[in-house]
Design a protein around this ligand. Structure first.
Ligand code: ADP
Ligand code: UDP
Length: 232
């Protein structure tokens, strides 16, 4: 079983696949899935995207530098939203981010994060990498390494990495394992090249799983053979 886990959730984990905003049904599902792993006493960090609010590249009339700042703020909104939902359901959590100074957002400090983990808090890393032109995949790779995670679990809409996009090609074939090098060379779109590269350099394994399949998160953390593992 993994002891320190960084979970990357798409913004769509709050809205439902393809949706915008927040869905009560999806959030209830999310809380139940997270509860199953939180009760194992693992140190859990979460990076959440903002696809349910803004993805920079969707704002066509904006310069990308500006649009991405809205996207990053979206991740703060989602993290605060999640903190509230978690706490109403008995899950202690803290939001940390270097990009905003709000009463419920704490600065990102390693010693503080460690104290939170020790006290059983889920740490929500908000604000992406703090830089436009990146995504929360890259942020999740950075934060995973910063928190000394054993694994980066990307919980998304597909059940792993395929040789081509399985949402577009019925004959796509799933990989159980793939190297970082191959993922980068084949320009696998399920995660950014930057994220693959950061994980490769720091020897951090990635597991891609389908978030919307009940029980998957628990299976992933318990080390069951699901999804696609990326390593050397
Ligand atoms: N080779 C591939 N293997 C798996 N998924 C792929 C591949 N190429 C493209 N995709 C697409 O990547 C999507 C997940 O990436 P993305 O939308 O960035 O996720 P998220 O919003 O969870 O960060 C999937 O819905 C899938 O359609
Ligand atoms: O380091 C970062 C992380 C995110 N973003 C912006 O925030 C948006 C939301 O993140 P992402 O697209 O990764 O969300 P997801 O698809 O996972 O919901 C991105 O599209 C970018 O516009 C950014 O500029 N820098």
């Amino acid at each position: 079983m993994y002891k320190r886990v960084l979970l990357k959730l798409s913004g769509e984990a709050l809205s439902g696949e393809g949706g915008k905003g927040f869905s009560e049904k999806t959030l209830t599902y999310l809380v139940n899935e997270v509860k199953k792993i939180h009760q194992l006493n693992i140190k859990l960090g979460i990076v959440v995207g903002a696809g349910n609010i803004f993805r920079g590249k969707e704002l066509k009339d904006f310069r990308i530098q500006m649009a991405d700042q809205l996207g990053m703020l979206g991740t703060v909104i989602n993290s605060l939203y999640l903190k509230n939902v978690f706490e109403s359901n008995g899950l202690k959590s803290v939001v940390v981010s270097p990009i905003v100074n709000l009463p419920s957002v704490m600065p990102l400090k390693y010693d503080f994060i460690e104290q939170c983990f020790e006290a059983g808090y889920i740490v929500l890393f908000a604000g992406g990498t703090s830089n436009p032109l990146f995504t929360t995949d890259t942020a999740s790779a950075l934060r995973a390494i910063e928190m000394n995670a054993d694994i980066l679990v990307k919980a998304t809409k597909v059940d792993g990495i395929y040789d081509k996009d399985p949402k577009l090609f019925e004959d796509a074939k799933k990989y159980d394992n793939i190297t970082y090098e191959q993922a980068i060379k084949e320009q696998i779109k399920v995660m950014d090249t930057e994220a693959f590269s950061i994980c490769e350099k720091n020897n951090l394994s990635i597991l891609i799983i389908n978030f919307f399949e009940e029980g998957n998160l628990l299976k992933a953390v318990e080390g069951e053979n699901i999804g696609t593992k990326v390593n050397h």
